[in-house]
Design a protein around this ligand. Sequence first.
Ligand SMILES: Nc1ncnc2c1ncn2[C@@H]1O[C@H](COP(=O)(O)OP(=O)(O)O)[C@@H](O)[C@H]1O
Ligand SMILES: [Mg+2]
Length: 378
Amino acid sequence: MIKSPFVFGKVASNSAFINRELETQKLKNNFISGINTTLISPRRWGKTSLVKKAASELAMENTNIKICYIDLFGVKDEEEFYEIWIREIIKASSSKWNDWLKTAKEILKGIVPSFSFGIDPQNDFSVKLNLEQAKKNISDIIELPEKIAIKKGIKYIICIDEFQKIAKYNDSLNFQQYLRSKWQHFNNTSFCIYGSKRHIITDIFESQSMPFYRFGDMIYLKKINEIHWQKYLSLSFSETNKSISDDIINRLIAAVKNHPYHIQQLAHQIWINTNESVTDKIFNDSIDELLTFNEIMYIREIDDLSALQISFIEAIANNEKKLTSKEVISKYKFGTTGNIHRLKKAIESKEIIDLFENKPEFIDPLFELWFKSKYLKM
Ligand SMILES: Nc1ncnc2c1ncn2[C@@H]1O[C@H](COP(=O)(O)OP(=O)(O)O)[C@@H](O)[C@H]1O
Ligand SMILES: [Mg+2]
């Protein structure tokens, strides 16, 4: 049995990582120069894979650089933020876990967090904090990486995923204000911040009234050009002794609108369904399988919407050019232009449609296919 060459749902690396050369170079340059970077794209376009690629290349070239990854996805308040912050910064400071406690004790004198180690200390290490006590020593916590960096003669790159989560914390503006006031004085620590809630991240970093305004370089990640996918798909099939025609490759890419995750997912489905060479039937069946597989989830998403919100999605699926025109408003019974504004906000915050670019786009191209080919025909 040969293993499928396609990767989705986890970080793309090595031969499954394609293109992004300019972006990798740009990130590495920023990291070396200490320029803070904010990276934004809808989910599953390749932010995590790109950051890991750039950061790990740099860490290999320069052992003085320590990379620290912090994912705020499940981190729901300030207290948890400090815990993961301390844990990951200490972990990144050394590959030897017996160094960690020593470092923590030296630098976090007043705080005495409790540390616990599991059977495998390298991967099972946690920090518990008393928030009251932490708040009194907050600057020691926030300045932790910079202090360790100076002491050990290293440089930190702190990569923070799903950064927009902090916008939901109690008293978030004060918290952001405090982070910014400290972080901007760091000389040995720089940040790479990324996330997929485009409108929230943009609001944090691009509104003049917000603490993180002009924090660093903003990069809006684009999709990968189809030329690179064509090469990758063709090679991945042929190297595993299967063949796929250029025509089907192009249809595959088009069916999922060039979406990195979904190209890999659909290619994988086609690959496992193919013995020797991909036929039209295999191609169509594979798409159907993915739609059927996701159907329950899609139905749940639709159940969560109001009738007007569904009509709004329908208008976008039908490629209506001017959503606020009289014809469109009366055809879909939107009522007022004020309603349209509210509908846009709702659909955007539910992450169904991205209205950021001039042309509205479904965030999940398979949902779009299902919505058009199944839902609207029910
Ligand atoms: N450079 C790339 N080359 C090949 N596939 C990629 C690349 N970037 C992303 N992908 C595909 O997209 C999926 C999601 O990537 P990920 O980095 O987790 O995105 P994000 O962090 O933006 O949600 C990966 O599992 C992979 O299938
Ligand atoms: Mg990610």
